[in-house]
Design a protein around this ligand. Structure first.
Ligand SMILES: C[S@@+](CC[C@H](N)C(=O)[O-])C[C@H]1O[C@@H](n2cnc3c(N)ncnc32)[C@H](O)[C@@H]1O
Length: 268
């Protein structure tokens, strides 16, 4: 496989909730900057149509990412005005859960109990989505997710914003400068974080733990992503007449390549 198993801070169970949230908040800013909501809304609406579904269950949601905005876009499509979104995570942050309990985001809820993406049979019914979280799964767990979706006839959409195509040696050589660039980017992205907290400010500008952890996790994400050939390896032996897998590049309306997807759908 091209993918390698590096660590990311946010995967450690001991990593503080508030710090993980500060980092996933930055991811939300990045998603807004990259405009991935439209891309995701198209992919999701298409899958909902093909399966005649009206519920989305996002796995590994973090702070929600682009999904709440995606839901509002999906709901603009006739017949999908009442689609519901359930956000879930292995480490749900109680404060974020509360925000969706009392928030004004119609149709969005956040499960307070941990939902492990590797155990799809226990997840609520609906189109499962994994947005920028599939690369967190080591090959055994990733394979388990795909297999479990197929066996339980659950539709799945995996989306990754970037692609693992850089030679690994070049990645190591560029690592110092890439880390520096990402750390500086955090300084400029932080003012756009909503809602702003004192931790986000203090641990960015006074004690820069967030830029360091975000830069490492961001860089480590790249070689952890499953390249298309890796996906083929994960799917080996999973082909059947009752379930179909499709993978490819996602495109914005202006035809700009914006990430990759893998869609698994039951047939019939
Ligand atoms: C990079 S964040 C992505 C967050 C969000 N989807 C987004 O686009 O901003 C990855 C998330 O996956 C979660 N995660 C890691 N392992 C998981 C698992 N086995 N099951 C569910 N979530 C998991 C982490 O807690 C983290 O919040």
């Amino acid at each position: 496989m091209k993918r390698i198993q590096l660590f990311e801070f946010e995967d450690f169970s001991w990593f503080p909730y508030w710090l993980r949230t500060c980092m996933t908040n930055l991811l939300m800013v990045l998603h807004r900057m990259m405009g991935i909501s439209e891309v995701l809304a198209d992919l999701i609406t298409d899958s909902l149509k093909r399966q005649d579904l009206n519920q989305i269950v996002d796995l590994g949601s973090g702070s929600g990412g682009a999904m709440p905005e995606v839901l509002q876009l999906v709901r603009k499509t006739p017949r999908f005005e009442h689609v519901e979104l359930i956000l879930t995570d292995l480490y749900p942050n109680p404060e974020i859960v509360k925000k969706y309990e009392h928030g004004d985001m119609h149709g969005v809820t956040y499960r307070s109990k941990p939902v492990d993406a590797t155990n799809i049979s226990k997840a609520p019914q609906g189109l499962k989505t994994m947005i920028n979280s599939f690369h967190h799964m080591p090959p055994e767990a990733a394979r388990k997710i795909l297999q479990s979706c197929q066996e339980n006839r659950q539709p799945l959409l995996v989306y990754e914003l970037a692609e693992n195509k850089m030679p690994l040696l070049l990645w190591w050589l560029l690592l110092p400068i890439s880390l520096l660039i990402l750390m500086v980017m955090v300084l400029f992205m932080t003012p756009f974080v909503k809602p702003m907290t004192w931790q986000q400010l203090v641990f960015t500008y006074l004690i820069p733990i967030i830029p360091i952890c975000y830069a490492w996790d961001g860089q480590a994400s790249l070689p952890r992503m499953y390249a298309f050939k890796d996906i083929d390896i994960l799917l080996e032996g999973l082909h059947s007449d009752t379930y179909t897998w499709e993978k490819g590049y996602a495109y914005k309306k202006n035809n700009k390549k914006t990430g990759t997807y893998l869609i698994g759908l039951p047939i019939g």
